[in-house]
Design a binder for this molecule. Structure first.
Ligand code: SAH
Length: 465
């Protein structure tokens, strides 16, 4: 499987600086299922042409595969994966060209924004039904000229007709980082398989790589849906977040635009709303948000006057930085700033800074802790900090079987260390409550399925006085 990118914008060797890959060397990177080789077939002042050759190892593929929906027993071994551009290609691009894809160039930073004339060839690209049209609808709005050559099913038997495979040639004038981001997102969009489980982190990748172009793309919905392989919840989530980005670009007084931004409520939004409602109803005034992440709940808490003192804590500095940006912490009026404090810390170590609060929110955090650290967590929250009310949520593992494409034995997020059934959650919460003198009530989050329950679950702990 080969991706070729060439330019005739002089000096064409700028391409090699941008890619951080020396034109005279063959370089290789390891992938979980094979290797990607990077080499140039020409690197002169007038033309520079680089290749990314993907060598997928079908045996590794079998070892790594979680799901095989095909009726054909040997499809694990005999399939098109080693030969076509698919999500493997995106993974290879992210690994081989990461600096360029992220818009960085150490030695010549000014090159990052240089618009160059590029030609791209991808052999071989699979496309679903109506593929020719779809490929054009994806690439043409981004300013590329598209030339497609469809391959026969078997050249020896032309009467068998066409296959679903194409060779794609694109040409256009763009920045390299844009070109790579377009390919990174759109190649897997055309493929009906995906080699890794589509998790929430895929939404992040889509938002990041789609930044600056996906919002305005006429096929935005289709791209998002196909990229996330039709997992309804995630698709809506991604579209919401794209809209969120959109809305951030709008001025506040633009009512008509605001009207258009009627986003569908995602599971996470529902969850946060329910948590907020519980905290309000419990009369909590001072609150700690433990594992606060990017500060989505903090933002909602800040809007409610009831919460006079709010502390967000997370183990990750990186995510706290995001929270600071998201909440515009540095530009907050002093009164607002006084109410909010953000700290770095781990929930598995006793921390005096968490003492003396009325309530705690712990939203989708415990499943990120190693099971053998859970006891430490319990002590930190329920024995030492011991707020009067604790609202805690975690996924309901039983619901996973309703997610299309998801192996019921895997987790919703790659960082999850465990996920619990309703019974497991109930057992744990009861034990924690009894041990620490709390009362506990469990509530569903999201639409309940008769058999497997709701997608997420919430425990509301209240300390006996
Ligand atoms: N509560 C947020 C984020 C959930 S993601 C929300 O609902 O949007 C889980 C968060 O827990 C991540 O931000 C992660 O950094 C944090 N986390 C994981 N282990 C932690 C630990 N030991 N102590 C504190 N935070 C932790």
């Amino acid at each position: 499987m080969l991706l070729n990118i060439s330019t005739t914008s002089t000096p064409a060797t700028d391409l090699s600086y941008l890619l951080h890959k020396h034109p005279d060397k063959l370089q290789s990177v390891d992938l979980s299922t094979g290797k990607a080789h990077i080499f140039y077939d020409e690197a002169t002042h007038n033309r520079c042409s680089v290749n990314l050759l993907l060598a997928v190892n079908p045996i590794e593929l079998v070892k790594n595969s979680r799901n095989n929906n095909s009726d054909f027993a040997l499809s694990h071994y005999v399939n098109d994966r080693p030969y076509v551009a698919s999500s493997f290609m995106s993974v290879a691009m992210a690994k081989a060209f990461s600096t360029a894809l992220n818009g960085r160039c150490k030695n010549q930073p000014e090159l990052v924004d240089k618009i160059m004339d590029f030609s791209v060839q991808i052999t071989v690209l699979p496309a679903p039904k109506g593929g020719e049209m779809l490929i054009k609808r994806l690439f043409e709005p981004l300013g590329y000229a598209v030339v497609l050559k469809r391959h026969l099913l078997d050249a020896k038997f032309p009467e068998w007709g066409n296959s679903k495979y194409f060779t794609l040639n694109l040409s256009g004038s763009v920045r390299l980082k844009e070109l790579l981001a377009h390919l990174y997102v759109l190649i897997p969009v055309l493929d009906t398989h995906k080699h890794y489980w589509v998790s929430e982190s895929e939404v992040d990748k889509l938002i990041q790589k789609g930044s600056g172009w996906l919002n305005d793309h006429p096929e935005k919905e289709q791209i998002t849906k196909r990229y996330l392989k039709g997992i309804g919840g995630l698709t809506h989530h991604a579209l919401d977040r794209l809209l969120e980005k959109d809305s951030a670009d709008l001025s506040d007084d633009n009512e008509t635009k605001d009207e258009e931004i009627k986003v569908k409520e995602t599971l996470h939004q529902q969850r946060l709303k329910l948590v907020l409602a519980e905290l309000k109803q419990l009369g909590v005034k001072t609150i700690i948000d433990l594992g606060c992440g990017e500060g989505k709940l903090l933002k909602m808490l800040l809007k409610e006057k009831q919460f006079v003192k709010i502390l967000g804590m997370d183990v990750s500095y990186h995510i706290l930085d995001k929270a600071i940006n998201r909440l515009h912490y540095n530009d907050m009026p002093p009164k607002q700033k006084e109410r909010l404090q953000l700290i770095q810390g781990s929930l598995t170590y006793r921390d005096k800074r968490l003492d003396g609060y009325d309530g705690a929110a712990i939203v989708e955090v415990i499943e990120h802790l190693d099971l053998n650290r859970l006891k430490a967590f319990e002590r930190v929250v329920f024995e030492f900090s011991k707020p009067r009310s604790v609202v805690l949520t975690t996924p309901n593992k039983e619901y996973n079987q309703l997610f299309e494409n998801m192996d019921p034995d895997s987790f919703r997020h790659t960082d999850h260390r465990f996920e619990w059934t309703r019974q497991e959650f109930k057992d744990w919460t009861s034990e924690v409550a009894v041990k620490n003198n709390y009362q506990v009530v469990i509530k569903p989050i999201g639409e309940e399925d008769q058999k497997v329950g709701a997608p997420s679950q919430m425990a509301v702990f209240t300390r006996y006085e």
